[in-house]
Write a protein that binds this ligand. Structure first.
Ligand code: GLV
Ligand code: MN
Ligand code: MN
Length: 419
């Protein structure tokens, strides 16, 4: 088994590199206001990245198709074999607002470079290999995380998906239609799922696990259960100058108390995480007391019953603190993903192929977590020396990126077999 350094040197000699591919897209979707990148699904920036992927795949002689849910598949067919029992790798190209460069695109660039490494080895696949790009993994435009893989696997009702709205009020159906999809055909795709023999997603690590272990690549074990809820606080919209302080029913004042209650509810349970990362006052004017406020709540815990208990507590506390301000509260689940345990047999096989790699759980969500419910799935993580993610400070060193792609190539070679 070659060391990370030997792999990196070999990759450099061969020309194309993960860093080189990442440099090609470094200017796409930069966010001058927030810093980092804002690449919402089906925005100009994400379209540009999808076109870049299609071009890169075509240059490698891969056959690219877009399925009914907007997932891109780039196929390296195995001689004499149809598109079934395929080994699939890939990730996403959309980002959170003001996100880092690597969350998603690292997995896509690494998949492309892994194909190069396999070709350099002169490998003829014994099974088809497909590279996949999933739309709306972050759920930053339409609210539901992993929307593409949820539609594919039937984990979201397509009627609900079609009516999801972005912050400008556009429905997912309209945006999907503008992106060239037929919204009537959004939804479960058993044929596409049936082609997947196994799925391996490479991703930048979003915490400090690999920093602490002093290693560049790890094999994933679990994805922390997580969900999103929307809390709507209703009050009385009014004038900031004419409404006496004691006469107000200000939902933003209630929202401030709710944010505090969220933190306290999470602190009651070891390992629980609860976040309000987005607050939208309606109508949102400096001299306007809001009439309502939406708070987007993200709660995570390894035990799904604890997640439910935290959310229940938050709901009760939110109603109580809002009542003090004369406001009412509604809480609605937007998406829920139970803790995902990657397939033990596939994990074992990946561990054999990467004997030096440690095993790590993750607190971040991934399409791999959705696919894990229906297909043998595994993940690889690549060290992030900042330990920070969903922020412009997310980072990957070039050598680690090459080591990640080389590790992915080793895993894919082992899984597709062939000569
Ligand atoms: C996605 O990265 C998430 O964990 O929400
Ligand atoms: Mn992310
Ligand atoms: Mn991601």
């Amino acid at each position: 088994m070659p060391s990370d350094r030997e792999r990196t040197t070999a990759a450099r000699r061969a020309g194309a590199s993960v860093a080189g591919l990442m440099a090609e897209i470094a200017d796409v979707g930069r966010d001058g206001a927030r810093g980092g990148y804002s690449r919402p699904v089906y925005s100009t920036a994400e379209h540009e990245l999808r076109e870049w992927f299609v071009d890169q795949a075509a240059r490698r002689g891969l056959d690219v198709e877009t399925d009914r849910n907007g997932i891109l598949w780039a196929w390296w067919d195995a001689p004499g074999s149809g598109r079934h029992d395929a080994v699939v790798t890939g990730s996403h190209l959309d980002s959170v607002p003001g996100g880092g460069a690597f969350d998603g695109p690292l997995g896509v660039a690494s998949a492309l470079i892994a194909v190069d490494r396999l070709r350099e080895r002169g490998l003829t696949p014994g099974k088809p290999l497909a590279l996949a790009v999933f739309p709306e993994e972050e759920g930053s435009r339409f609210g539901v995380a992993c929307l593409g893989s949820r539609l594919l696997t039937g984990l979201i009702d397509p009627d609900r998906a079609r009516t999801l709205r972005d912050p400008e009020g556009n429905t997912f159906a309209d945006v999907a239609a503008k992106a060239g999809l037929d919204p009537r055909f959004l939804g479960p795709d058993p044929e596409a799922v049936g082609r997947i023999g196994s799925f391996v997603e490479l991703h930048v690590e979003q915490g400090r696990g690999l920093i602490d272990l002093g290693q560049s690549v790890a094999v994933g074990s679990t994805i922390l259960g997580h969900g999103r809820w929307r809390i709507t606080v209703a009050g009385q919209g009014n004038h900031a100058g004419t409404t006496h302080m004691e006469d107000r029913r200000d939902p933003l004042v209630a929202a401030a108390a709710i944010v505090q209650a969220v933190r306290e509810a999470a602190l009651r349970h070891s390992g629980a995480r609860a976040t309000v990362g987005r607050i939208v006052p309606v109508p949102g004017g400096t001299n306007v007391i809001a009439s309502s406020v939406s708070l987007w709540l993200d709660v995570r815990h390894v035990d799904d019953a604890v997640t439910a208990a935290v959310v229940e507590r938050i709901h009760a506390d939110a109603r109580r603190v809002a009542a003090v301000e004369g406001c009412s509260v509604e809480l609605r689940e937007e998406s829920l993903s139970p803790t995902a345990h990657f397939d033990p047999a596939l994990r074992h096989r990946v561990g054999e192929l990467l004997p030096e790699a440690p095993t790590l759980p993750t607190g971040a969500g991934h399409d791999a977590g959705v696919l894990a419910a229906v297909r043998p799935t595994a993940m690889l993580f690549v060290r992030n020396p900042s330990g920070i993610s969903h922020s412009p400070e997310e980072h990957v060193e070039d050598d680690d990126a090459e080591a990640g792609a080389a590790a992915l190539a080793d895993v894919l070679a082992g899984l597709i077999g062939g000569a």
